[in-house]
Design a protein. Sequence first.
Length: 191
Amino acid sequence: MGGPSDVVLETAASIPWDKLGPRPLCDGCLGRLLGKAGHGLTNPERGLALRARFGVPTGWPCWVCGGLLDELGKFAGLVAENFAPWEFRTFLVGSKVDPEVSAREEALWTELGARHAEPIKSELNREIGKRVERRLGKVAEFAHPDIVAIVDTAFDSVSVQVNPIFIYGRYRKLVRGIPQTRWPCRRCQRR
């Protein structure tokens, strides 16, 4: 058995690449067509291997993402800027993608019969999260993050959701004469 790129190229042999036609794809979008095939490669690395092996045309702008994947650094900067006022240990990044981009992507999957494709949202979340992790030195956590950023790629905006902290406490009634419930004032009767 060969390396990770051999698994990807073996899986890619079943895709009819001639159906792609003249539509240019960036390396990230091309690699994402087989994003769930094999491990150990980034989508741009997969895309380069596929382009070299199957002669997929290159060009600008990408037919699927329209250059969205080139803006990962900008989105990571927006997230870091919006995280600045908060104190936290763990975070998570989510994204909203233009429905037209998702529709083009799904149409391409159907047309090529790509069964191992990864959605663009997954790549955006992962790659923006990696960049924020490096920039802030914080850890991305999927189960219970302290803070969550939702990146809206269409409007270049970030909304932040701060998850609550729960503090456990115990009430101990040590004196008999102090009531547990709130009682009205005996003098004014709550007037």
